[in-house]
Each structure stands twice: as structure tokens, then as C-alpha cells.
Design a protein around this ligand. Structure first.
Ligand code: FAD
Ligand code: SIN
Length: 541
């Protein structure tokens, strides 16, 4: 599985940097390889990231008439805050991106010779394509990795952690500062254009479905470089993560409810009809808040998902990963109900991009969960994000290629942060930042979580700002930077949540004021300019 650094490729001979090797970064790299030499930088191993954990599948409208319905469902879930052009592109270009994956060798599940299409919450039709039952992400990443590795112009640096983006004297993105995790050496890598595809930030919360790599690095580094971030208050909480104390985060797919799974409180009562006519298949935010309410009322830390009536043979075949993982934690889902609780799952907000992946910084492009192209609005429709990574990864590659042709004919060998070796690793001061991180994650869960109010948000912002001030300038290692990035992203989520005084989509304010908020149908944009120079201002589009 391990990709190698391309033998003939040194970092001084790079045209494009792609930061991150999930679905969005890999698809961008494949596209960019047609335009020049590409270097993929990724922290940890090549497949680390959320993409390989995707279970439910990828939404795709196979028939012409379903494209319009897919668009409608996506817009409805987004509660008026999607950008219609972005949604139109997603649903129209999605089928071609999937077809391309199939041509590159992706094997999606079939039933009776036809592709199997499942139903998920808030979709008006069955249109979720899956692989290996509940291992869709693994199959898509396998296919893209194989494709990327076959392309001569793509080189890799795994275990390379990007700390910061580098700007030239005209404010254009001209490369990145990177720590080689094996030596600790920090280097600057120049490039004609950069695609940011660093994924989400679920790790800012005490409970999350996201892997450890989801620390919001891309959002924090783009924000530090001056980029506009948007809609940060919209964090999707998945209703059903496995609740077994002491075990790593594990998602129990919505597809289980799509197949007839029933949510029950600890008294065994099916409760979802009390919250929405679509019951278990209501939009995610409604299901998550319904569960939260039941947990409060029954004073329990979880509810149950009951699939026992689906039958052991079906469960084992349809959900092999979930079955095996739960069994490892001593829960036999064919015989007993699964303890579940909501967990932070997906960032709808992120670095603001246009529909070509262009950010507010020339030369910097973004795709996938790190970006906010306007596809999801206030709430993401299930299984739309793998599709987003594929569609907008390809688009960002096109646009970055075009940008480099127009603006970057000469490679920028001297981006602003200067010399190629920035510094050697120093022994960090003895700090207890991991303890602070635990406090941050609990604070975010309690005060900036599923239900929010002004008082809690203000106290969170104050506390996080103090921590950030203490850590600023001390970062040396990957872990230091990740902790600082999580603080920055946490503060941005809390700030945007404070500014949006009404409830909409995934953002719920228990102290919603009766007066109609000025930002109801607007996007909340934050940047170092608006937050630090003009703190009270909200930028609307
Ligand atoms: P990722 O796949 O997270 O990749 C980010 C990459 O960036 C990684 O390679 C990481 O190592 C790298 N990186 C991060 N920071 C740095 C840095 N500082 N320096 C260098 N590299 C860095 N969506 C669906 O559509 N369908 C599903 O069924 C589905 N199921 C899901 C199940 C789970 C458990 C989770 C967590 C998510 C699920 N999602 C699903 C959401 C979807 O998987 C993600 O939104 C999507 O895969 C994100 O892709 P990405 O390429 O943007 O980021
Ligand atoms: C799931 O399988 O429930 C996750 C799907 C998604 O997040 O899109």
C-alpha cells in the first residue's frame, strides 16, 4: 500500500502541491498530473483520513429524472444556505466522476447484476451506491491510490506535516512549510499552486466519529494565511456512534436505519415518531436532537439502535464491518441492541471557495471537507461528501492548472518564509498540552455542541483564546501544531455560532431570540481581518 517518493522528483521541481491524500486530494492530484509535476504531502500514512472510514456510501443519481430530485433533497437539507450553482454541479457532474472510478477499477456492490442502491435519511429515493457492504470509503481510496500511483508525474511525501502556507510578496500562495515527521526538520516547499485537501476537524469534540487525523489543520493554516472561512457554526452531529466507554470512535452507519433499524431509549421505547414524521429517516440534526432529548429525559448516556429483527444472515452480509467491530467490543448486533450516542461527524463550513475551488488567496485552492463551496449549507445530506470530494477535487485541479498557466509560469523558488530549511526540531518546553486538549474537547462538546447558548459560547471563546495565546509561538512538533489548530478551529466554530443567533439546520440555539436575526439567510464569514482588526463585524454575501 505504501506509495514511494517519486525517484526523479525533488521538491524543487514541483509545479503543484496537494496537501492531503483523502478522496479530494487524490482526485485533485490525478487531475493535476495532466498539467505538471505534483507532490502529495500527507501527515501519517497515505490512507489516513476520514475517507477510508466512509461506510454508508456515495450518493449518485443514476437516472436523468433523479438528478433534479437529488438537487432538491440536497437543497432542502441545507435549509436555504446552499449555493445553488454548487449543488447543481455536484449532482450533474457526480455520475461522471463515479463512472470514471468504475473505469479505474472501483467495485461497487451489485444485486442481481444491477448496482445496489440503498436509502438514507432525507433522500427521497434509494440512490446510495456502496462497496463491500459498509466499506465504501476503503474501496474508493484503494481505487484512487492505485490510479495516482500509476501516474509518473505524481510524487509523494508521507509522514510530512504541513504547518503553514507560504505567501509571496504579492500575497499569492507559493508553497508550504512542512515538517518531516521522521527527522523533525521543517522545510519550505515552493509550488506554482497549492490544493488544500486536509479534511475535517471532528477531533475538536470529545465525542466524534472522525479519525485522529481530523484536527482541522487546513482550516487553521488557511485562516492564519488570511483566507476567508465560512459557515463554521455548521457542524454535523451524526446520530449514531457506538457508545462503549474506552473504545475508539466508531460510526454505526445511517444505512442501518435505512434498512429498518429502530432507535429505542433505555426503556426500550421507539421514540423517533415523537420528533418527526419520517421517524428514523428524518434529517440528521433532528434525529441527533431527538436522541439527545431522550438521553436527558432518561438520564442515560446513550440510546439503542435495534437491528435484531433484520436477521443474522442479512446483518452479517450487509454490514460486515459494523458487525465485526461491535463483536470485538462484545456487542453481538444480531442478538442485542447497539448502544449509540450522537457524535461530531462533519464540518459543513470551512475555507470558502468558489465552484472551481478557488479560495480568497490567489494560488490557493481547496476541495473536500476542508472547503466550503456551498454544497451543504446548514446541513449535509448523507453520502454527499465523498461525491463532493470527487467532483470538487477534479474541479480544483482544473482551476489550479489554469491558474498556474496564467500566473505562475516561473516557479516561485523563494516564497516569503525564505530559506529552504527553516529550522531544526527543538526539544519542546515541558507542557501539558494534551491535558489542555482534553479540556478543549470537553468544552467544545458541552458549550459548542448539539445545543448552544450565548453564555456558553462566550465562555468557550474566552477560554480558548487564553489557551491559544499561551501556545502561540511555541509550536515545534506535529502534535503542538495540531493542538494549536484545534484551538483555532474551535474558536472559529464558537464565534460563528455566537454570531448566528437563530437555530437553523445543524446549528441549534436554545436561547434563540424571538426577533428575526439579520443573518438568517446569510453566510457568516470570518478572517483574520474581520476577527482581529474589526472584531464586531460580520461579513455577509
Ligand atoms: P480526508 O479523507 O479526511 O483526508 C484528509 C487528508 O489530509 C488525510 O490524508 C490527512 O492525513 C491529510 N492531512 C490533514 N492535515 C494535514 C497536514 N497538516 N499536513 C499534511 N496532511 C494533512 N461521507 C459520505 O459521503 N458517505 C459516507 O458513507 C461517509 N461515511 C463516513 C464515515 C465516517 C466514520 C466518517 C468519519 C466520515 C464519513 N463520511 C461519509 C464523510 C466523508 O468520509 C469525509 O467527509 C470525506 O471522506 C473527506 O474527504 P477529504 O479528502 O476531504 O478528507
Ligand atoms: C453513514 O454511513 O451513516 C455516514 C454517511 C455520511 O456521513 O454521509
Amino acid at each position: 500500500m505504501a506509495p514511494r517518493a517519486h525517484p526523479g522528483c525533488t521538491t524543487s521541481a514541483i509545479d503543484f502541491l496537494v496537501i492531503g491524500s483523502g478522496v479530494a486530494g487524490l482526485r485533485a492530484a490525478v487531475g493535476l498530473s495532466r498539467r505538471g509535476r505534483v507532490l502529495i504531502l500527507t501527515k501519517g500514512g497515505p490512507a489516513e483520513g476520514s475517507s477510508i472510514y466512509a461506510q454508508g456510501g456515495v450518493a449518485v443519481a443514476p437516472e436523468e429524472d433523479d438528478i433534479a430530485l437529488h438537487r432538491e433533497d440536497t437543497l432542502r437539507a441545507g435549509k436555504g444556505l446552499c449555493r445553488e450553482e454548487a449543488v447543481q454541479i455536484l449532482v450533474e457532474e457526480g455520475p461522471s466522476r463515479i463512472q470514471e472510478l468504475i473505469e479505474w477499477g472501483a467495485r461497487f456492490d451489485k444485486v442481481g447484476g444491477e448496482y445496489a442502491l440503498a436509502r438514507e435519511a432525507a433522500h427521497s429515493r434509494s440512490r446510495i451506491l456502496r462497496a463491500g457492504g459498509d466499506a465504501t470509503g476503503t474501496e474508493i481510496v484503494r481505487t484512487l491510490l492505485k490510479r495516482a500511483r500509476s501516474l509518473r508525474r505524481i510524487a509523494w511525501r508521507e509522514h510530512h506535516f504541513t504547518t503553514n502556507l507560504l505567501l509571496d510578496h504579492e500575497g499569492r500562495c507559493a508553497g508550504a512549510a512542512v515538517i518531516d515527521e521522521s527527522t523533525g526538520i521543517l522545510t519550505s516547499i515552493p509550488a506554482r499552486a497549492v490544493v488544500l485537501s486536509t479534511g475535517g476537524a471532528g477531533q475538536i469534540y470529545a465525542r466524534t466519529t472522525n479519525p485522529p487525523s481530523a484536527t482541522g489543520d487546513g482550516i487553521a493554516m488557511a485562516y492564519r494565511a488570511g483566507a476567508v472561512v465560512e459557515d463554521m457554526e455548521f457542524v454535523q452531529f451524526h446520530p449514531t456512534a457506538l457508545y462503549v466507554p474506552g473504545t475508539p470512535p466508531f460510526l454505526v452507519s445511517e444505512a442501518m436505519r435505512g434498512e429498518g433499524g429502530i432507535l429505542r431509549n433505555i426503556r426500550g421505547e421507539a421514540f423517533m415518531r415523537r420528533y418527526h414524521e419520517m421517524a428514523e429517516l428524518a434529517p440528521r440534526d433532528i434525529v441527533s436532537r431527538g436522541i439527545w432529548n431522550e438521553m436527558m429525559e432518561t438520564r442515560a448516556r446513550h440510546v439503542y439502535l435495534d437491528v435484531t429483527h433484520l436477521g443474522p444472515a442479512f446483518i452479517r452480509k450487509r454490514f460486515p464491518t459494523i458487525y465485526a467491530t461491535c463483536l470485538r467490543y462484545d456487542v453481538d448486533i444480531t442478538e442485542e441492541m447497539i448502544p449509540v450516542c450522537p457524535s461530531a461527524h462533519f464540518m459543513m463550513g470551512g475555507v470558502k471557495t468558489d465552484v472551481h475551488g478557488a479560495t480568497s488567496i490567489p494560488g490557493l485552492f481547496g476541495a473536500g471537507e476542508v472547503a466550503c463551496a456551498g454544497v451543504h449549507g446548514a446541513n449535509r445530506l448523507a453520502s454527499n461528501s465523498l461525491l463532493e470530494g470527487l467532483v470538487f477535487g477534479a474541479r480544483a485541479a482544473e482551476a489550479a492548472g489554469g491558474y498556474a498557466t496564467k500566473h505562475g509560469s516561473k516557479r516561485k523558488d523563494q516564497p516569503e518564509m525564505g530559506t529552504s530549511i527553516l529550522s531544526k526540531r527543538e526539544i519542546p518546553e515541558p507542557t501539558d498540552w494534551d491535558k489542555v486538549l482534553n479540556s478543549l474537547r470537553r468544552l467544545m462538546w458541552n458549550k459548542v455542541g448539539i445545543i448552544r447558548n450565548r453564555e456558553g459560547l462566550l465562555s468557550a471563546i474566552t477560554r480558548i483564546t487564553e489557551w491559544e495565546d499561551e501556545l502561540r509561538g511555541l509550536c515545534r512538533t506535529r502534535r503542538d501544531w495540531e493542538i494549536q489548530n484545534m484551538m483555532t478551529v474551535g474558536r472559529l466554530v464558537a464565534t460563528a455560532a455566537l454570531r448566528r443567533t437563530h437555530s437553523i439546520g445543524a446549528h441549534f440555539r436554545s436561547d434563540e431570540s424571538a426577533s428575526r436575526s439579520a443573518v438568517r439567510n446569510r453566510h457568516i464569514q470570518l478572517s483574520t481581518a474581520t476577527l482581529e482588526d474589526r472584531p464586531a463585524e460580520i461579513h455577509l454575501n
